[in-house]
Ligand binder design. Structure first.
Ligand code: AMP
Ligand code: MG
Length: 515
């Protein structure tokens, strides 16, 4: 933990030098009940609750970039103040921890109150760039929203969230960030595959960072309970702090739709599958939020989902994400109806979602293919034939697009998971593509087609090592994933397609919600 730290002119601070603010607490209605037991909460946006201390907090990983954003120096010791605070054992002056109240539609069904069952916001800080950022611990203990669960998180899912948040940021995708990964020194019992084989695993806590963690579900629970005054206050809070340019509820909704459309195009262009797009897992700010059983496409397959819980219905599979986002936005619109009792008021936003997504997706595809725009006769066929070719045999879409900068069979070979002498269709497509791009500069292709993504099996390797106490694979990945669009010859192996041993290995291609 002693790399140089780029602060510009700002003086890096230690955590205890930060000044904490609490606008969420100050501006929104609080739960009047203070007992920390699972219960239904009414007429409130949050409950004040402190983290539950852990036995031996230890800093396992730190994001210098998230630290830089906040103006916080990398802590010198793995077991010092930062581990104490970010492990939930110590509150700093000005922190007023809270758990937010929200509900949500899970797998298409209204699930009632959910809320921060294991996440706690410690407070807000003003970042180096002047933005306000919440620091939130995930896995910090029980809250009134924990229902029957333990409020904790295991190391494997925490590492996945920590790493992927930062990887997504470097890929240019709006996301919540992650500052730290703290081991708790305690074990957490999980039945990873819900098959009766519960076992103790190492516990961990991630410190997430975002301007706000407000989800569609924060509005939904208030509408569902008829708590219209609180609903209005939450909207006022969100407008004041995050949508200062929007003048009314419809305009805010439109902007949420627009951002969500952009976000879906980002996920789709990169082959990211969130895995649990319940309405409580969609951010009102248009950020990727709640990294659970997510995954990255290996073989191009519209129906692929990493989430074993969703293997049957495939509601949240890769190809369904844009549609599900719109369905979720419609649920958000319903929750806003008490504020604007006119259903038509939200139609425009929903239409804007569809337009934004399709424009952003077309733009992304054009960039991926190295053409100025997909506006020539025959372009639609070129694209649809490409996706049929990709789906027709197991092809790694990340490698395929990256290597398409040199559009030859030879160059594309590393993308194929199976040996298949039958290349005629691909060759025909390549000929067509080559003719199409003859007069295009194809300059920006590498900036649209990442070389390095946080591949499912790489995540599992980093987890296996860290569980043994070895942070080297994690640190190497963090370094490489800072520049996902750059060639990094020394790390070529991290750009390889999934090895065969990982095809059906737990944690690599199949993940449960158990975390
Ligand atoms: P998720 O599927 O992770 O988005 O979680 C859905 C809901 O379950 C949220 O309200 C979470 O806070 C809650 N939850 C998930 N895991 C736990 C846990 N271990 N302890 C308490 N609440 C949890
Ligand atoms: Mg969630």
């Amino acid at each position: 933990m002693n790399q140089p730290f780029p602060f510009g002119n700002a003086v890096p601070r230690s955590l205890d030098e930060l000044r904490f603010e609490n606008t969420f607490i100050a501006e929104l209605p609080a739960d009047p009940v203070l007992t920390n037991t699972p219960r239904a909460v009414f007429n409130a946006c949050y409950t004040r609750v402190d983290p539950t201390p852990v036995s031996a907090p230890r800093m396992l990983a730190w994001s210098d970039e998230a630290g830089e954003m906040l103006g916080i120096a990398r802590p010198a010791a793995a077991d010092g103040l930062a581990a104490e605070v970010l492990g939930g054992n110590r509150l700093l002056a000005g922190m007023q921890p809270y758990a937010a109240r929200y509900g949500g539609h899970q797998f298409g069904h209204w699930a009632g109150q959910l809320g921060d069952g294991r996440a706690l916001t410690l407070g807000e800080v003003i970042a180096a760039d002047g933005t306000r950022q919440e620091l939130q611990l995930k896995g910090a203990g029980r809250t009134p929203y924990s229902r029957t669960a333990d409020g904790r998180a295991v190391l494997r899912s925490s590492l996945r969230e920590f790493m992927c948040s930062e990887a997504m940021h470097h890929l240019g995708v709006p996301t919540t960030r992650a500052l730290s990964l703290v081991g708790t020194g305690e074990s957490v019992v999980r039945d990873m595959f819900y098959d009766g084989n519960a076992r103790p695993e190492q516990g961990a806590i991630v410190c997430r960072v975002a301007p706000s963690f407000v989800r569609f579900g924060n509005f939904q629970i208030l509408a569902a309970q008829g708590e219209h005054e609180a609903l209005r206050k939450l909207m006022d809070y969100v407008v004041k702090n995050f949508f200062p340019e929007q003048n009314n509820v419809q305009d805010v909704f439109r902007e949420v739709c627009r951002r969500t459309g952009e976000l879906m195009a980002d996920w789709m262009r990169l082959g990211f599958v969130h895995g649990v797009m319940n309405t409580d897992n969609l951010s009102v700010l248009g950020l990727t939020i709640d990294y659970g059983p997510y995954g990255w496409l290996e073989g191009y397959d519209l129906e692929w989902t990493p989430n074993t819980t969703d293997a049957e219905g495939r509601r949240y599979c890769y190809g369904n994400q844009p549609h599900v986002a719109q369905w979720n936005l419609a649920r958000l619109a319903e929750a806003l109806l008490p504020l604007v009792p006119d259903k038509n008021a939200f139609e425009e936003g929903l239409a804007l979602y569809a337009d934004t997504f399709s424009a952003a997706w077309q733009r992304a595809l054009a960039q991926k293919l190295g053409v100025g725009a997909l506006d020539q006769p025959g372009d639609d066929e070129l694209v649809s034939e490409l996706f049929q070719v990709l789906a027709g045999r197991e092809t790694d879409s990340t490698i395929f697009f990256r290597n398409l900068a040199v559009p030859t069979l030879q160059s594309l070979r590393p993308a194929f998971y199976t040996e298949d002498p039958e290349h005629a269709r691909l060759e025909a497509w390549l000929e067509r593509y080559t003719a199409r791009v003859r007069n295009e500069s194809r300059q920006g292709m590498n900036a649209a087609n990442p070389k390095y993504i946080f591949r499912n099996y790489l995540a599992q390797q980093a987890i296996d090592a860290l569980e043994r106490g070895d942070a080297t694979p994690l640190e190497r990945l963090m370094l490489v994933l800072k520049n996902p669009y750059d060639e990094q010859p020394a790390h070529q192996d991290l750009a390889a397609r999934r090895p065969e041993w990982a095809r059906h290995k737990a944690g690599c291609s199949a993940l449960s919600c158990s975390s």
